[in-house]
Design a protein around this ligand. Sequence first.
Ligand SMILES: [Ca+2]
Ligand SMILES: [Ca+2]
Length: 423
Amino acid sequence: MRSLFRIVPFILALTLAACGGGGGGGGGEPTAPAFSPEPSAVYSPGGPPEFWVTDDPVKGEGNLYHFYLVTEENGATVSLAESDDLPIPGDGVVRWTPAGVTIKKNRAYQWRWSVTDAKGTTDSESHLFYVRDRSGGEAIAPRQNGYLDLTRASTPTLAAFNVLSVAGASVTYDFQLFADEAMTLLIGAGVGVPQLDGQVATSWTVTQAELRMAGQIAPDGSTGALREGATYWWRVRYTVNGTGGAWQGPYVFTVKNLCDISGTLWAEYPTEWTTIRECDLLVNIDPEEAMGPPSAHGFMSQEQPGSGYISIDYSGKLGIEMGKTVFDGPGDDLRVWEYVSSEWLEVYAGPSENGPWYSMGKALCPEFCDFDLGVTGLRYARWFRIVSLVNPFDPGRKCYQTAGPDIDAIKALRYTTAPEQCQ
Ligand SMILES: [Ca+2]
Ligand SMILES: [Ca+2]
């Protein structure tokens, strides 16, 4: 009776692992160990929570497991942690949680284990897993409950944040766009879209043929196009080295004349904050702090940096959507408030959350700095990106509490007032 209770959780663990797909390599062989993380598994920053291997606690009584975790840093293999010698517990799952290890985003890790029994020590293969970028695999454009510019309705483009950019990792995406919430009326689908390496996101555009086949046609019949005022749903999933993740979404958006949207004069919605390094010392990292009117206050020192702003790190990118759609009037059209100290930054405007981006110019920005939409060639824009112009890998550009521009607020100095301005 007792041994039965010890075996059942072991079989359960083995079954759960097999259901996860990919790993284990058991193929019905109960003697092969199931394990986690499975090869090419993708985790959120900070993960995986635990490493484990299953073994028969009766047959393996007296055996000792030892785990190893390594990563690559600057081209060299670095040992991050190894476990004590661990016996097989009664439930047949040998577990290990590395202590004192920071699992960083956008990175490949390798782990393995060894088993020591009466005959000696046997090493497992080395298994690769990944930790994705902060928002990797999720929607950037159109955002959840966001908008597609009516002037782009005939070329609707969907975009997801890149999952990770690690040498040797093959990353593709599947996109689907639907006309209904139940996701039965498919308008178009992108399958196996290769990741745009070196970019923040990967995008896919619905074709004219797909739009016309789905009956999505402009009122004058001239082109296939999503319909003004209509709501659509989309979803995306990534595949890394042939192992697919779950669908993200569905994300809902509305096709709008952007001049018909009335919000505040301020940035209202953060669309991205991406960095190219892990800077753990940053204190104010909530993009919401750059929404609304200026509120930064209380900076005393790096140790007492105050609040009400976001430090975007050197080379960091902060994307925002304005409450009102900014319009190119005479002179400057957008003001950015910056805190702590003057920083070099460049501001871009774009026709979606994912660009394409047109520079409004560079500035060594003190308390605030102003930008002219006119230099971009765009007459109106809702989406802007603020980029730090300093390379974090230059000497003296170490990570610290307020590294990079410290963005407090963004204001529309000029904005649209009539629908014709967005046509
Ligand atoms: Ca202007
Ligand atoms: Ca603020």
